[in-house]
Design a protein around this ligand. Structure first.
Ligand code: NAD
Length: 475
């Protein structure tokens, strides 16, 4: 055991929330240490957390590879492009993904070095008195004392008791590394991961069946968006079964046997691989020694106030380990806000304008309230929507599916929400974020000049449609 090393800020976790906190604190002149236990595929320590190593970045790499492959078989002929049968070399696709991951995890290490952040590779545990003990990968332990400690420990996949992870039953990590396309892929949970990774393997030729416990598809999403999504995913061959409760799985010679009840009777599905993605839980097991004073709630989340403070002097928590959506960019903002608060600046996160994106084809994105929420809250609103089928750029790109919907307060016209499904809406949603952040109105958005031809014209016309003055459709 070494002597205690002193820092202004000790960050536990170098995922999106943690590395943002560490870098911003260092930019503000604070002496920062960051601890991370992550190990890369090559067996070496890798920074960046779930997002960079086994989440956002690798899944987007595979989504892009599989999309190119799908387009070859389904879209290219519309452009007059023909070729012999397309072939997908899965190991090359996975290798490309691994290279991208390595580039970005290495990028965090380089940023830490450039910002003079001291990195410790191992598992950090908070002790009483703002001490963090780090069990390093070589077995040694170091003690760090932080005037401030920021917990940014992230989250782990939830494992179902009757579907233990292994070679055939996997979480998102396993589904990023199949050696070949499974002939039959079962997915438990039609959430973000199920739809994104289900899409990847469906596009590569797997027969994908998704079992969802809830009776409603994408219950948190605007109902009209969810309806279009269900139609498009069905066309692509994704078999999404709603209201299905899985009760057992068994790995046999011919595959994984999944027993589920569809509300009428027990059914059996046999698949080669089973992806379980039924949500994530905070990675707070073993994080807190006795007597720290930091509290966990019933789900294991670190309890914090609206400023991410735990109530214990100098101890903060951010990202997936605390309340709020488990989104990398929510963690980014919390990390920056806490670093700024520590430095005496007015750090702040606007939780009302956090965008959501599901990277399916078409993409789904939204910010703010849905019509269903506005109705439930009794808020008077007007809606304007516009289809991509009437947008020149979308049709020229052979991407006519989907629409943009703008929701504005019926009296003040303030934008309250924007809901999109279509090509590149992961980018377009930020028009809604920006408008809401500046408390703008549908009229403000309607009076902003949008380039023609561009996909953003759907946002423009949807904003105009709020006042029944869309140009390119009957109002
Ligand atoms: P999720 O919460 O998005 O979806 C889980 C789904 O599983 C839900 O629809 C739920 O009803 C269903 N479910 C739960 N238990 C079930 C059961 N026993 N049988 C059948 N269905 C069941 O969770 P996820 O897809 O695992 O993703 C985890 C987290 O990661 C989410 O918070 C998500 O926001 C985040 N994430 C975000 C992105 C993105 O922003 N694009 C991508 C991946 C993951």
């Amino acid at each position: 055991m070494s002597d205690t090393q002193d820092f202004d800020v000790v960050v536990i976790g170098a995922g999106p929330a943690g590395y943002h906190a560490a870098i911003r604190a260092a930019q503000l002149g604070l002496k920062v240490a960051c601890i991370d236990a992550g190990i890369g595929k090559d067996g070496k320590p890798a920074l960046g957390g779930t997002c960079l190593r086994i989440g956002c970045i690798p899944s987007k790499a595979l989504l892009d590879s599989s999309r190119q492959f799908w387009n070859m078989g389904h879209i290219f002929d519309q452009h007059g492009i023909s070729f012999e049968k397309p072939n997908m070399d899965v190991p090359t696709m996975i290798g490309r993904k691994d290279k991208i991951v390595k580039q970005f995890t290495g990028g965090i290490a380089a940023l830490f070095k450039a910002n003079k952040i001291t990195t410790f590779y191992g598992f950090g545990q908070l002790q009483p008195g703002n001490i963090v003990s780090v069990k390093q990968h070589d077995g040694s332990t170091v003690l760090l004392k932080g005037t401030n400690v920021i917990i940014a420990a992230g989250s782990d996949s939830i494992e179902l008791p009757f579907a233990k992870f292994g070679e055939h039953i996997v979480d998102n990590v396993g589904a990023l590394d199949f050696e070949s396309t499974p002939k039959r892929l079962g997915v438990i949970g039609a959430g973000v991961i199920g739809l994104e990774l289900g899409s990847v393997w469906n596009r590569l030729g797997a027969q994908v069946t998704i079992l969802e416990a809830l009776p409603t598809f994408l219950a948190a999403v605007d109902a009209e968006v969810a309806k279009v999504a269900a139609r498009e995913f069905k066309k692509q061959g994704l078999d999404i079964k709603l209201g299905c409760k899985v009760s057992a799985t068994e790995v046999k010679k011919d595959g994984v046997h999944v027993t589920y009840n569809d509300g009428k009777a027990d059914q059996e599905l046999v698949v080669d691989k089973l992806l379980v993605c039924v949500g994530r839980r905070p990675a707070t097991k073993g994080l807190l020694a006795d007597g720290t004073g930091v509290k966990l709630d019933a789900r294991g989340m670190v309890e914090v106030d609206e400023h991410c403070h735990t109530g214990v002097d100098g101890v903060w928590a951010v990202g997936d380990a605390v309340r709020g959506p488990m989104l990398a960019h929510k963690g980014f903002e919390e990390g920056i806000a806490v670093a700024e608060l520590i430095a005496g600046l007015p750090g702040h996160v606007n939780y009302d304008t956090i965008p959501w994106v599901i990277y399916t084809e078409p993409e789904i994105a939204w910010v703010g309230k849905t019509e269903e929420q506005l109705k439930a809250e009794g808020i008077p609103y007007k809606a304007g929507s516009f289809p991509f089928a009437a947008v020149g750029r979308a049709v020229a790109m052979a991407e006519p599916a989907g629409f943009v919907k703008v929701l504005a307060h019926a009296e003040t016209d303030t934008v309250l929400g924007m809901h999109l499904i279509g090509a590149n809406v992961s980018e377009l949603v930020h028009e809604g974020v920006l408008t809401m952040e500046f408390k703008g109105s549908a009229d403000d958005l309607a009076r902003i000049c949008h380039a023609h031809p561009s996909l953003s014209e759907a946002v423009h016309d949807a904003a105009m449609a709020v006042h029944k003055r869309a140009i390119h459709k009957a109002n």
